[in-house]
Design a binder for this molecule. Structure first.
Ligand SMILES: Cc1ncc(COP(=O)(O)O)c(C=O)c1O
Length: 393
């Protein structure tokens, strides 16, 4: 840890733990202590740690071909794209390396589409207050939380912010210069706020009528996390562009945008690129991840076990008045407290459970989707103990 402090940029408040290995829903530190992982590397390890299919696919692919650039076709990349297209609203995929990069691509694609179809000057994007879309300059400019933007001015112009779940605010902000609306179905970094069904449905109709593109940032909600492969499926609608990353490669860094041909065809050779994007190794991770999720019925399992965890949490809420709200979908759940959450995070850690704070007095629960009922029971028992101690203070 001292060496880490000496050599690593000081951009994270790290837990004072060195993680040595992981298996399923469990992590081990360098002293051999075991932790129940309710964070999944921030919604990345949806298949848990050391998933056999992912490890084998990566190993097999690494022996064959790691990287060749996007100047060539590779079977691995085409397979990964086919899986994403055949299981979503989209027709085509652009691969990149992270969530921020996926949102960058989405912003560029929306502007390019508008430029091609509606001419110059229609480049503004409506984004949500309290949103999170990444740390690059463009995605930071699209992020509706001032605390992340301090000291990084000037940001990219062309973003207007409106309150989440407020259709009238969007209606008021739309203009002849608007080319897209970007939002998350669940504002996870913003404190776990879920988009209302009617709101998203009406927003879709409103944007469609004006050929304004709807960009859904599914970086955190995608790949089974909410009890559907993609969160938009809960809403019976289709976005124009969806951004993905995090769990897409089960921990191997990869991002993507998925879009209909009508939209994606605005990108032509030379308009956008990423050297590593969807390289054979990343693509092997994507294919193994999605195949495992589909073949092992993990989306359905997530819905069932998520409901079981939610039920247990609601029982705890009845007992402890300092729990204000429990919200979310599937295995993306937030517990809101009356007080600051760091003491809870530390207390859980002392009991061997890793979880993390979100904005406000909210603790986020993001266990691997493969979590078993017995492991949820362990968590609920520990939660009960932690809350009891807090109650007595
Ligand atoms: C909704 C959402 N979008 C984008 C990002 C940025 O992803 P990355 O850290 O891979 O750039 C995140 C990361 O937390 C996210 O939650």
């Amino acid at each position: 840890m001292d060496k880490g402090k000496k050599y690593l940029a000081n951009t994270y408040n790290r837990f004072p733990i060195g993680i040595a290995k992981g298996e399923g829903c469990w992590l081990w530190d360098m002293t051999g202590r075991r932790y129940l992982d309710f964070l999944s590397g921030i919604a990345v390890c949806n298949l848990g740690h050391a998933n056999k299919n992912v490890v084998e696919a990566l190993t097999r692919q690494a022996r064959k071909l790691i990287h060749v650039s996007n100047l060539f076709y590779t079977e691995a990349q085409i397979k990964a794209a086919e899986l994403l297209v055949e299981n979503s609203f989209g027709d085509k995929v652009f691969f990149c390396n992270s969530g921020a990069e996926a949102n960058e691509a989405a912003i560029k694609l929306a502007r390019r589409y508008s430029w091609k179809n509606h001419g110059e000057g229609r480049s503004e994007i409506i984004a949500m207050e309290n949103s999170f879309h990444g740390r690059t300059v463009a995605t930071l400019s699209a992020t509706g939380q001032a605390k992340f933007q301090v000291g990084f001015s000037p940001l990219l112009p062309g973003f207007t912010f409106v309150p989440f779940n407020d259709l009238k605010a969007i209606e008021r902000s739309l203009s002849e210069r608007t080319c897209a609306v970007i939002l998350e179905c669940i504002q996870s970094e913003g404190g776990v706020f879920v988009a209302e069904k009617e709101y998203l449905k009406k927003l879709r109709e409103m944007t469609q009528a004006k050929d304004i593109l709807l960009i859904l940032d599914e970086v955190q909600t995608g790949i089974g996390r909410t009890g559907k492969l993609f969160c938009y499926e809960h809403y019976a609608l289709e976005p124009d562009i969806m951004s993905l990353a995090k769990a897409l490669g089960s921990g191997f860094p990869v991002g993507a945008i998925v879009a209909k041909d009508r939209v994606m065809d605005s990108f032509e050779p030379g308009t956008h690129a990423a050297t590593f994007g969807g390289n054979p190794l990343a693509s092997a991770a994507v294919t193994a991840t999605i195949n495992t999720i589909l073949e092992e019925g993990i989306v359905g399992k997530c819905e069932t076990i998520g409901a079981y965890l939610l039920k247990g949490l609601l029982e705890l809420k009845k007992k402890f008045p300092f729990i204000v709200d429990i919200r979310g979908m599937g295995l993306l759940l937030g517990i809101e407290f009356t007080t600051e959450v760091n003491p809870f995070v530390q207390d859980f850690l002392a009991e061997g459970v890793i979880l993390y704070a979100s904005k406000g007095n909210v603790v986020r629960l993001l266990p691997p989707l493969i979590i078993e009922k017995e492991e949820v029971d362990i968590f609920l028992e520990i939660a009960s103990r932690v809350f009891e101690r807090h109650h007595k203070k």
